[in-house]
Design a protein around this ligand. Structure first.
Ligand code: FES
Length: 578
């Protein structure tokens, strides 16, 4: 920027006498200080929350804001307090007793790069306001969700010794939710995702990634066998080296087959998390690209395979009925069942999903085995189990303990993950996830006792009015059945389901929603998209609405943070002193 961009702003004598002043140039308010015989110019809005810095204290080359006491080095504006951000400074010149400054200096760093760096700072320090500002800034620069996603995945896979967890899974769910919500909720979705990654990583030891074997002349069956054996004996390092070698040596489809097989070697691993987290990691790779990110992303999932709970070790899977043994028997029959079903096309029998909801585990498993022998694909069977699991949430009786919502939720996300994985692989082992999911549906049966009725509602009202009432219902405690009835009324009134998703998305993202609520609504929206039958689609949304309503309202602390970041971004006043 040449000297012609400098403009006169005040007399040196006046500045010397007052020690400070504030000027407006090019729509910005700039604070000038005369300190230790030098002139300094900084943005008058404190980068933290906008307090007027001209009212701050200057001492020994340090400017201190009075609201939350952030401190800045006066010459370059660097902050001593990373939660506050650096303050912009402006070049000044003295000409004939007049102070000139350049109100629009060339940025030393491109805005998108600056926001990405700030997002990395926010993740590192786990500071929600910094992450909110950076997410908004990146969106403003047209970086959508991809840059936040990439930045948070790079961070989360590197700095959490225990690997892919609830934070990165939430991020993945938010990336999928992003296109389903509108306007500022897109920014809220990404803020939620990155914030959960930072929270999950905070206080953890970093991860040190292993290396692939040098030998690439290894067959798929050898690598698959090694991976399963290492996971079986809970050897995370051996499993990770094998997996990294497989990523180098095999196709993505073959790697997915290996992972799905191992995730189902034990029953309903980690109460659904192993399969769901694997599915989330693979969804994330769809956005980021396999070649560049598969090693870090997939290697970070290994602890879910080695450390996850094995449900056959739980008493609930052994007593009073040994359903674990029933599942393993069904696993042993799989090759014969698949051979019998080859070249056959399955038609789902009437009442098949009701059969999956009965209280006889042998009948349920036999129905699944018959379906495979009749040619049911993994995708068809996983879809049926997911529909049964959706009913457990939609029919959840509110006389249960509150924590029981999580039990039906876990079964639901497991079944949904199995169905989504079936779109990626036709591995025979995926049928095992159908058996396990169905057994978890069976174990949840008393949580539908009595079944909560799916509400009836007449149509005819304006869908906009119904959506507005849904937001009201989500704003009150105990609005479970009212919200579900409004969702049904929205369908009966021919409301656009996309609008319904947007309003439920808003109801979700304005809350301090926990991991399971974020997962549940996200998975239900995906179920809706995967289904064709109108009744099934409606039920998926009823289930989401009931779960969401049971978990709202919350304190909305993060909404406050997001609102501050938004107002700062718009240049609004946040403090009376401004
Ligand atoms: S420290 Fe300046 S506004 Fe908070």
């Amino acid at each position: 920027m040449g000297t012609e961009s400098y403009v006169p702003v005040c007399d040196l004598a006046d500045l010397e006498a007052e020690g400070r002043t504030v000027v407006s140039e090019d729509g910005r308010t700039i604070a000038l200080f005369y300190h230790e015989k030098e002139i300094y110019a900084v943005d008058n809005r404190c980068p933290h929350m906008g307090f007027p810095l001209v009212e701050g204290t200057v001492d020994e080359g340090m400017l201190t804001c009075h609201w939350h006491h952030a401190r800045f080095e006066l010459e370059e504006g660097d902050t001593f307090d990373p939660w506050a951000d650096d303050v912009q400074t402006f070049p000044v010149e003295l000409r004939d007793g007049q102070v000139f400054l350049d109100p629009d200096p060339e940025p030393t760093v491109e805005p998108a790069t600056r926001w990405r760096n700030r997002l990395a700072d926010g993740l590192q320090e786990d500071i929600p306001l910094v992450m909110a500002k950076a997410t908004i800034g990146l969106d403003e620069e047209g970086m959508g969700f991809e840059t936040p996603l990439r930045t948070a995945v790079d961070f989360g896979t590197k700095y959490r010794a225990s690997g892919w967890g609830r934070g990165l899974t939430t991020l993945s769910y938010m990336a999928e939710l992003y296109p389903q919500v509108a306007g500022r909720d897109k920014r809220r979705a990404m803020f939620t995702g990155v914030r959960e990654v930072a929270d999950d990583v905070a206080g953890e030891a970093p991860r040190f990634q292993q290396y692939a074997f040098r030998n690439r002349d290894l067959s798929k069956s050898r690598l698959k066998s090694w991976f399963r054996e290492n996971c079986e004996v809970r050897d995370a390092d051996g499993a990770e080296r094998t997996l990294l070698t497989a990523i180098d040596a095999l196709s993505p489809d073959e790697v997915v087959e290996m992972l799905v097989a191992t995730a189902t070697d034990h029953l309903y691993m980690d109460a659904s998390h192993t399969l769901d987290f694997l599915n989330s990691a693979l969804s994330t790779l769809d956005h980021l690209g396999w070649d560049e990110h598969a090693p870090a992303v997939l290697a970070s999932t290994v602890p879910r395979f080695t450390d996850g709970t094995r449900s056959e070790e739980l008493s609930s899977w052994r007593q009073p009925v040994d359903i674990a043994a029933l599942c393993f028997d069904a696993h042993d029959r799989l090759d014969d069942l698949v051979a019998a079903g080859r070249n056959r096309e399955w038609t789902e029998p009437n009442g098949f999903v009701e059969t999956l909801l009965t209280d006889d585990p042998e009948t349920i498993l036999e129905a699944l085995c018959d379906a495979i022998a009749d040619g049911a694909t993994q995708q068809e069977l996983a879809d049926a189990v997911a529909r049964a699991a959706t009913r457990r949430v939609a029919y959840f009786a509110t006389n249960n303990e509150f924590g029981d919502w999580d039990t039906v939720h876990h079964t639901f996300v497991y079944a949904n993950a199995a169905h989504e994985l079936a779109a990626r692989t036709d591995a025979t082992e995926l049928y095992r996830a159908c058996f396990d999911g169905a057994m978890s549906v069976y174990l949840d049966r008393f949580l539908n006792s009595p079944r909560a009725p799916v509400p009836d509602a007449d149509g005819g009202r304006a869908p906009e009015a119904i959506r507005s009432e849904i937001l009201d219902a989500l704003d009150e405690q105990g609005g479970v059945n009212r919200t579900a009835r409004l969702v049904v009324e929205h369908f009966e009134s021919d409301g656009d389901p996309a609008d319904l998703k947007r309003v439920l998305g808003r109801g979700l993202l304005r809350e301090d929603a926990d991991f399971h609520t974020l997962q549940n609504v996200g998975a239900a929206f995906r179920r809706f998209d995967a289904l064709e039958a109108p009744d099934e689609r409606r039920l998926a949304m009823v289930a989401a609405a009931r779960y969401l309503a049971a978990h709202t309202p919350t304190r909305r602390e993060f909404e406050g943070t997001f609102s501050i970041a938004t107002r700062l971004h718009r240049g609004e006043r946040l403090h009376e002193a401004e």
